[in-house]
Design a protein around this ligand. Structure first.
Ligand code: IMP
Ligand code: MG
Length: 190
């Protein structure tokens, strides 16, 4: 594994140590190119394609991904807040920013930074499906628990993620580290 002693990395971290680099910028770029080509080939070119980014974590991934898709498409974002993951109110996902784009009749690709429990997707997908898209697929950069019982598994997955807390390339820890050009681990999850 790479040590994160690269001067640029250290500068971006404000001198704080991070565990290790899990996916380098070059590895990410190569994989994003492949995923872009797969999405490009997946839908008839005359059909409408809407790439919908789940904020905030997907912003860098989406920006790189859409530039690798050589066909007409539109981009929009949504932002969701979930409440009571372990409480009696579990099941609530509220859109705090609702996309302006019309989903009806379009192929919609929802772009997610990382799927962990799948809770967010399981709650969000029925809501989006109710808006009548022609198809609804998920593209996740990282997937933590590939064997989890997700209602809908992502059609595209960048990398299987280790059971560690990951930051960078859009992923945050308390809003820090989103701007790292690589993905790093803050350590193993207990
Ligand atoms: P889920 O609903 O349990 O699948 O959680 C998905 C969301 O949790 C992601 O969109 C991230 O915002 C956040 N998340 C899960 N694991 C990590 C991680 O390792 N680093 C940063 N954010 C994470
Ligand atoms: Mg987050």
């Amino acid at each position: 594994m790479l040590q994160t002693t690269h001067p640029e990395a250290v500068a971006r971290m404000g001198g704080r140590p991070i565990g290790r680099v899990v996916f380098t910028a070059a590895q990410i770029q190569a994989r994003v190119r492949e995923m872009g080509a797969e999405i490009e080939a997946a839908f008839p070119v005359d059909d409408e394609l809407l790439v919908l980014g789940l904020l905030k974590g997907s912003f860098i991934f989406l920006a790189d991904l859409v530039r690798q898709i050589r066909r007409p498409l539109q981009v929009d974002f949504l932002s969701a807040a979930s409440y009571g993951k372990n409480a009696a109110s579990a099941g609530e996902v509220r859109l705090v920013y609702d996309p302006e784009a019309v989903l009806e009749g379009k192929h919609v690709v929802l772009v997610e930074d990382i799927v962990d429990s799948g809770y967010t997707l399981n709650r969000l997908l029925p809501l989006l499906r109710s808006r009548g898209p022609r198809s609804l697929e998920v593209c996740a950069l990282l997937h933590k628990r590939l064997a989890s019982g997700l209602v809908t598994e992502p059609r595209w997955i960048g990398f299987a993620a280790p059971p560690e807390f990951l930051v960078g390339y859009g992923l945050d820890f308390s809003e820090d580290f989103r701007h790292l050009p690589f993905i790093a681990s803050l350590g193993e999850l207990k």
